[in-house]
Design a protein around this ligand. Structure first.
Ligand SMILES: *Cc1c(COP(=O)(O)O)cnc(C)c1O
Length: 335
């Protein structure tokens, strides 16, 4: 572990976010979506920490991801949101994870196994899921699910989807509908089990979560070079930044190939706003103004400002993309 980029991960913040979401879920259990490698933080680490805090239900997208999360902690369940393809059947039937069946073909594929499953029903999103009238006879359904299309907004669709879900006549041990934003909508949406993702990792999907959900992931980059840019000289591609006065600049080894989006141009900063980003974001490098800090020098580590709601508001990039885009060049360091 000697990468020149670090993603510092606050394990206590992760657990605190889960506890808030759990409390907000009322009597329902609170699970955790850990697909896309735990939204980029590391699914195995996230699962271990949340299982220790009391989380029992985890969600990934594919069977590949089941393999990479490793052994399930004692008493925990794992569901595979994309269901099961023909080419997954060997792995799936040998696994203790459950497919979330989404289509009539998936139901037909799984029924003969006699094994437990979850089922997703579409209540208006028209992405994944069976329709209310599809035949689920012969299945052993653990959790019946649906997914909200507009939970991050005050849309009439939320109530309509919850009502359609409540009206379903399918036998299951439990029901589950709410993602992070759905949890914020209130316990009418919680049913028996909630499935937060983004808010676990510091995303604020709705106002209700502001001030309660805290940042978990902090990108840290190293100073590769410090230089003085003279008044009138420019920095970087396109020479978009021209120094009005002599400016002390630190070049950091992070860029858009690491998920630090070009949209940070003109708005990004490091160290709590102390060091503004200058000019464009390159593939592997950025420049920041360190004129106020003579002590910053080659080899120093600096923290990029990456509070998800603030960064999303400033760049127009969604909180989900800001998080899941953070690339493979980071060492992920839990503290
Ligand atoms: C990703 C996902 C979630 C978690 O959503 P967030 O908006 O990240 O909280 C919950 N349910 C399903 C079906 C998902 O695909």
């Amino acid at each position: 572990m000697n990468a020149a980029l670090r993603l510092r991960l606050d394990g206590q913040a992760l657990v605190a976010n889960w506890r808030w979401l759990d409390a907000r879920s009322g009597a329902a259990a609170c699970g955790a979506a850990i697909k896309a490698d735990g939204y980029g933080l590391g699914a195995r680490e996230v699962m271990g920490r949340l299982a220790q805090a009391g989380c029992r239900d985890f969600f990934v997208a594919t069977w590949d991801e089941v393999g990479s999360v490793g052994e399930l902690p004692e008493g925990c369940a794992l569901s595979v949101l994309h269901g099961v393809r023909d080419e997954d059947m060997g792995v799936a039937t040998a696994s203790n994870a459950r497919p979330v069946l989404n289509s009539v073909a998936q139901v037909a594929r799984w029924r003969p196994t006699g094994l437990a499953c979850d089922v997703m029903v579409d209540t208006g999103m028209n992405r994944l899921g069976l329709s209310a009238l599809d035949d689920v006879s012969g299945l052993h359904i653990d959790t019946l699910m649906s997914h909200l299309a507009c939970a991050d907004e005050d849309s009439p669709m939320n109530k309509a989807q919850a009502a359609a879900f409540r009206a379903l006549n399918m036998p299951a041990k439990r029901r589950s509908m709410a993602n992070s934003a759905g949890i914020c909508l209130g316990t009418d949406y919680a049913f028996d089990l909630t499935r937060p993702g983004i808010a676990l990792y510091g995303g604020v999907p709705r106002e209700e979560a502001a001030g309660n959900i805290v940042q978990v992931a902090y990108p840290e980059a190293q100073v590769t070079q410090r230089r003085c840019v003279g008044a009138g000289d420019s920095i970087g591609y396109g020479a978009t930044f021209v120094a009005e006065r002599d400016t002390e600049v630190a070049i950091l080894n992070i860029g858009y190939a690491d998920g630090y989006k070009r949209a940070f141009a003109g708005t990004g900063s490091a160290d709590g706003g102390r060091f503004p980003l200058l000019g464009r974001v390159s593939m592997d490098l950025i420049a920041i103004d360190v004129s106020t800090e003579p002590g910053v020098s080659e080899g120093d580590w600096l923290t990029l400002d990456y509070d998800l709601p603030a960064a999303s508001h400033a760049t127009g990039v969604s909180q989900y993309e800001l998080l899941t885009g953070l690339g493979a060049r980071f060492d992920r360091v839990w503290c």
